[in-house]
Write a protein that binds this ligand. Sequence first.
Ligand code: MN
Length: 348
Amino acid sequence: MRGLAAAGAACSDTGRVREVNEDRVLVLEHAGRGAALYVVADGLGGHAAGSVASALAVQVLRATVPALLAARVPPQEALIRAVRDANDEIRERATDPDRAGMATTCTALLCIGTEGLVVHVGDSRAYLLRGREIQQLTTDHSLVQELVRHGGVAPQDADAHAQRHVLTRALGVEPDVQPDVLTVPLRSGDVFCLTSDGVSGAVPAEEIAAVLRGTPDAEAACETLVGLANARGGLDNASAVVVRLRPRWAAVLARIAAPAALAAFLAVGVGVYQLEHSYFLGVSGGRVAVMRGVPARVLGVSLFTLVRVTAVGIGQVAPAYRASLTQGIPVRSPDEAQNLLDDLVRRP
Ligand code: MN
């Protein structure tokens, strides 16, 4: 399995007409177990209660998803449980008369390992740009979308329909919420974009694709999308989250790409190709382990990742070989690592 790293940015703006921004966004790139979590929530309700609902959704996801992942709950279940918790929390807080009827959309993306998981309630959207093609992953939970499905409204008229803001599903409305759940096997180069309807209503999908293709920097892409929505009237709060997937080694390189670190990296004399294709036998937690990369650290960044820890304790290896193991013994493949280890264990 080739590791992929997600790197994202978010931007949210009140727009030109509304007084309050009731959209909330979340970028949480250390959600535990290597996962990254991204959310767009668009709140609804009088007296600015919408912003309370969307903020609650983001807060609950931010706290609950990492806690459940840490408890080894499967990622998809963790995400669904967090959305249900957010629904409960919003309903509980809505007993205050000022906040009665508050609700929010919630579109969340969890990137973990080689999977992207999307949970979705409402009319915020998740798009995926893969190669040159953009695909809308989510289906709006709106009255208009229901009409499209039943043939009453043409798909091309949906985004401009007068009742496009009427939702059929949102967090905070019913005691039980049924989020849509999607799984996307991630590929290097994938770009995800989450938007509130302030962006998707003003910027057609093909134009979102053009922005994502033309703007490698995630933060700049978000700002461009929100800027486009404002340039077209800014009738609603506008939010965008852009997430790019790239090989983990590329992310490591980017992290150490400060000139001093880069010089040190080059001094070690390794390249990305070597990191991806080198293995060594080393030690992790007192056991012999197979690693990919090279046994070195540059300014605190390790140039290797753990492939697997074997059942063999360092104590089972003859003393003469322990020091080399601790430093790392290069091998060409995980199989060769296993053969070498079998051999080492047999030696007196
Ligand atoms: Mn909106």
